[in-house]
Design a protein around this ligand. Structure first.
Ligand code: BYC
Ligand code: FE
Ligand code: FE
Length: 480
């Protein structure tokens, strides 16, 4: 399925639907204005070595070119339809999937699509200043690749809103460009997307843990009975892989550099040599992992039960697991909830109402594997240090454990103790300030900031010193 070279690149035969095409062409300049206003700041004229989709099959990804970000071919790409696809779960298990939105689920589907769509521009807004402090041209390019693809993810959801939701959908698409990450009056919908991402350690944490929520949410929507949503999210998932790569390998390179410094001068504080202490890295892990757990919603959720019953949102790889009970009307999920008495009570959640938690379990398992890979750096260096994920109860803003305090092992603690100890678990203002002192741009090809190790190889078989971003003007924020 090739992608047409229309004003809006697409593989959905937009040309045959003039009304839809016109609506999207009206939205397009608003999108570009949004990109101009709150997209990456300071690199408008530079040429970035970007990967662009020219078709949705695997070879279609092989296209790399130096392009201006504003010339990136944002468009609408759906995976090809699966013949005779059947609804893989819920009350209508086994029935034909839908090509149109059923009237009775319109509101719910719109809400899911809007919530998904809202995260995409939010992340671009959160990351808009990071280019000014990139640790290398390689990293700068990766940031921009992530940014343009999140912009495309917004297009993916806006297409669905325009095509299937009429005037309401068009209004929602406009709203997606009107809300702003962190804005007091008009914030983004989900909490993690209003958090400041002030430095590159936060960026790597975000792309490791928050983009990974994207992987699991998109995977759950890829199971949807609403086939256009399933096909759209399947293609988005192929792009998500790169975002998590940027996060995981970025973090790993930071760890490698710190370990190197610790080996070179045992006992010396790595901050004296411009490295990032392991304790600060652990605090960033705690911060972004707990914020990302919140993105799964409450453990006990009637929304989740309704979505599952209706066939709107399934579990991770639902249709790939023939032995799974796809109706899920039997059984409970039991969560241990600490009581004030000191004991733990069983909180029983009927399975369908626990679907957020079931999806989150797949996510938690995946995060655990990331930590194993990061910890290999210590093992290889013969060190006993290890990173760990905090307990699911730690620092939660949604669900059963929100509004209470727990330590990183999940033990309930009083507010007073939390206030005393939270600086040992979450980044303090001093930690953020220290990281900020390291955030100085390195734009010389092949050079890297002193707090991060170079990657083992470049992008698309290019050397590490490749000119991943070609500047067309001087950067006023670079001193000296
Ligand atoms: N912040 O029934 P409950 C990505 C609200 S990331 C604020 O437990 P539900 C990406 C909830 O809306 C993937 N509010 O939750 C990554 C509800 O509100 P109402 C994004 C929250 O509805 C990096 C109330 O609390 N995709 O793609 O089952 C870069 C009770 O909630 C939060 C999706 O999220 C929160 N964290 O689940 C770029 C998929 N959590 O009804 C991109 C679509 C819950 O009281 N979204 N609330 O007004 C969904 O499926 C669901 O909306 C959620 C929430 C799973 C997020
Ligand atoms: Fe995305
Ligand atoms: Fe992403």
């Amino acid at each position: 399925m090739n992608i047409t070279q229309d004003r809006i690149p697409n593989n959905v035969d937009l040309a045959s639907d003039p009304k839809l095409r016109k609506a999207l062409e009206t939205w397009q300049p608003d999108f570009l204005k949004w990109w101009d206003d709150v997209g990456p700041e300071g690199f408008d004229n530079d040429l970035v070595y970007l990967r662009t989709a020219i078709s949705v099959d695997s070879e279609g990804w092989a296209h790399f070119d130096h392009v201006k970000m504003s010339d990136y071919r944002w468009g609408i790409f759906l995976n090809p339809p699966e013949k005779d696809r059947k609804i893989p779960f819920g009350d209508t298990l086994g029935a034909r999937t839908w090509d149109e939105v059923p009237g009775e689920f319109r509101k719910e589907l719109r809400r899911i699509i809007v919530t998904q769509g809202d995260t995409e521009p939010a992340s671009v807004e959160q990351q808009r200043l990071l280019g000014k402090t990139a640790p290398s041209l390689y990293d700068l390019r990766n940031l921009f690749q992530v940014n343009v693809e999140e912009g495309r993810h917004l297009w993916a959801m806006v297409y669905l809103l325009h095509k299937y939701f009429g005037k309401d959908g068009r209004d929602e698409a406009d709203e997606l460009l009107a809300r702003r990450s962190g804005d007091k009056d008009s914030p983004r919908i989900l909490e993690a997307f209003n958090k400041p991402t002030r430095d590159w350690l936060a960026f790597y944490s975000f792309t490791t843990f928050t983009d990974r929520d994207g992987k699991y949410q998109l995977g759950a929507l890829a199971e949807s009975a609403f086939d256009p949503l399933s096909r759209t999210t399947r293609f988005m998932l192929t792009e998500e892989g790169h975002h998590m790569f940027v996060g995981e390998t970025g973090m790993k390179r930071v760890i490698e550099r710190t370990v190197q410094l610790m080996k070179q001068s045992p006992g010396e504080d790595v901050t004296r040599r411009g490295g990032i202490p392991l304790e600060i890295i652990q605090k960033y892990i705690n911060e972004w992992y707990s914020a990302s757990l919140d993105l799964f919603g409450g453990e006990d959720s009637s929304n989740a039960a309704n979505y599952f019953a209706a066939g709107l949102k399934g579990r991770w790889l639902e249709s790939k697991k023939p032995d799974l009970d796809h109706v899920a009307l039997q059984g409970d999920y039991v969560v241990k909830v600490p009581q004030t008495s000191g004991s733990e009570a069983d909180h029983k959640i009927p399975l369908r109402r626990a679907m957020n938690l079931v999806l989150r379990d797949s996510y938690v398992e995946d995060c655990g594997k990331v930590l194993v890979r990061w910890n290999r750096t210590f093992e290889d260096a013969g060190m006993s240090e290890r990173f760990r994920l905090p307990h699911e109860r730690f620092n939660r803003g949604q669900g059963l454990f929100s509004g209470r305090r727990f330590d990183v092992d999940g033990r309930p603690i009083a507010e007073e103790e939390w206030q005393k100890r939270k600086g040992a678990w979450l980044p303090t203002e001093a930690d953020y300030a220290y990281i900020q002192t390291l955030m100085k741009p390195v734009y010389e090809p092949g050079k890297f900031a002193p707090w991060i190790a170079p990657p083992p190889k470049g992008i698309n078989d290019q050397p590490i010193h490749h000119l991943y971003v070609k500047f067309s003007d001087a950067k006023p924020w670079v001193k000296g």
